[in-house]
Design a protein around this ligand. Structure first.
Ligand code: ADP
Ligand code: MG
Length: 446
């Protein structure tokens, strides 16, 4: 029996693995234990109430559909949550059942709203345009609205928010969200099954059609042709089209000119990389949404170290939350540093030696190229020794590497410098300076 349930569970995990990224899988699905199987009712054991809520809030569709695939349509999911790590447990139902009908209706994720979208200079214009379109789909000159920008910067969130608001305000009947790959696959499928008419009318009857990641239409001639006609049909009827892409329309290689020109009929807006304040605000918002209060320094630490992708920013926070809920410990800055070492450290290390040199030079009011110069003037030599000492203490760099950064000095020079500084500190000299500079460096890295 227990072998059977383990096997089933592995099968379910295999299915889940295909749907979620590696980090989420490790965080949220590895800790689950299959507890009981009665008929088609599977009970899984999760480590905390928080875990249960998170899974239900974010992964219920993924979980339920994986379980249905393995256990059949009658499958039912129950959770058992371990309380205070004792055996005592409480049974909780899976709240949401997959509802295939709702999926066909729009494919829009309710989580992606304007309310949960943090505004910054990077996305202000895109957000304003999106809201305008959402309030009056097809009723503005922003047709199509095309939002472009790099990976993980909020394109999908924003264009789905348009759908959510339009549905909520009741200004449209039929909203459809589809990514271009799905569109392509469904189209090919419809050709094989002789159902292209149904396919066409499905999309051409939308009031608001949202197509994500149109760069994937590249080099798919027949799909592009179909989309061209879909586009025209909708546009002629005054229906709204919203598109996203990872680059501006002109740079969409492998896409027909007539489509590219249509993509630019309405409004093209971009989303840029968020600045530090925006990144912090996003983290704060995500924490709030999950009912969590964290010290500001944690947000600052994550936001300083993850700069290029909001999805990763979120991922870092989620890892902290999961860990603290699993182990029942508070999230502290130390914990954050430890857990996020792999995401954050490469950047911290990369700037370290130069940064230490600069901070030390600034502190002593000397030009930072003096760190690499040959001069033996006493103040300069001492500042240089101190910087070498800090490089050894604050980075993982080898003595050899440190020496090279200080004007190609030998590693024995570095050893000597460290010994001198340590010796002086034992005599309570230099200690204050070392601490002050160390503080400056560490604060700047937060
Ligand atoms: P893209 O489609 O551009 O790759 P997504 O829309 O999938 O990016 O965004 C990645 C994650 O970051 C999502 O979870 C999304 O909710 C979040 N996100 C992106 N931008 C914002 C923002 N401005 N405010 C709040 N969350 C955001
Ligand atoms: Mg996307």
């Amino acid at each position: 029996m227990s072998r059977q349930i383990d096997q089933l569970w592995s099968g379910i995990l295999e299915n889940i693995k295909k749907e979620v990224n590696g980090n989420s899988f490790a965080t949220w699905f590895k800790p689950i234990k299959p507890a009981k199987l009665e008929g088609a009712t599977l009970t899984i054991q999760v480590p905390s109430q928080f875990f249960y809520e998170w899974l239900e809030g974010h992964y219920s569709v993924v979980l339920n559909s994986a379980i249905t695939k393995v256990l059949g349509p009658a499958a039912k999911l129950l959770y058992s949550v371990i309380i205070d790590s004792s055996i005592q447990s409480m049974q909780l139902p899976s709240m949401k059942k997959v509802s295939p009908k709702a999926k066909v209706q729009s494919n829009i994720n309710e989580r992606f709203t304007f309310d949960s979208f943090v505004e910054g200079d990077c996305n202000k214009f895109a957000k304003a345009a999106s809201m305008t379109v959402a309030k009056s789909p097809g009723g503005t000159t922003f047709n199509p609205l095309l939002v472009y920008g790099g990976v993980g910067l909020g394109k999908t969130h924003l264009i789905q928010a348009i759908g959510n608001l339009a549905i909520q305000n009741g200004v449209v009947n039929r909203v459809l969200y589809v990514d271009s790959e799905r569109f392509t696959m469904d189209f090919i499928d419809s050709i094989q099954k002789n159902k292209t008419t149904e396919f066409s009318s499905y999309y051409r009857n939308a009031d608001l059609l949202v197509v994500d990641d149109i760069q994937f239409f590249s080099n798919k001639e027949r799909t592009q042709d179909e989309f061209f006609h879909t586009f025209n049909a909708l546009h002629n009827k005054g229906k709204q089209i919203v598109l996203s892409s990872d680059r501006p329309p002109k740079e969409l290689n492998g896409i027909e000119e007539r489509l590219i020109s249509r993509f630019q009929w309405g409004l093209v807006v971009d989303i840029q990389l968020p600045d530090l304040e925006t990144r912090q605000a996003i983290l704060q918002k995500k924490a709030e949404e999950n009912g969590l209060e964290l010290p500001g320094e944690i947000f600052q630490f994550i936001a300083t170290n993850i700069t290029s992708n909001i999805r990763e920013l979120e991922g870092a926070l989620i890892r902290l939350l999961a860990y603290s809920s699993l182990k029942g410990v508070d999230i502290t800055l130390d914990l954050a540093k430890r857990l996020l070492k792999d995401v954050c450290l490469p950047q911290m290390r990369a700037i370290s030696i130069e940064f230490i040199q600069k901070t030390t030079a600034d502190y002593f009011g000397i030009p930072d190229d003096m760190m690499r110069a040959k001069t033996r003037k006493k103040e300069i030599a001492q500042a240089r020794q101190l910087a070498m000492y800090l490089c050894k203490r604050l980075t993982d760099s080898s003595l050899k590497t440190i020496g090279l950064h200080f004007g190609g000095r030998d590693h024995t020079t570095v050893i000597h410098a460290i010994a001198v500084v340590e010796h002086m500190m034992e005599k309570n000299q230099l200690r204050e300076q070392v601490e002050a500079i160390k503080n400056k460096i560490e604060i700047a890295q937060l």
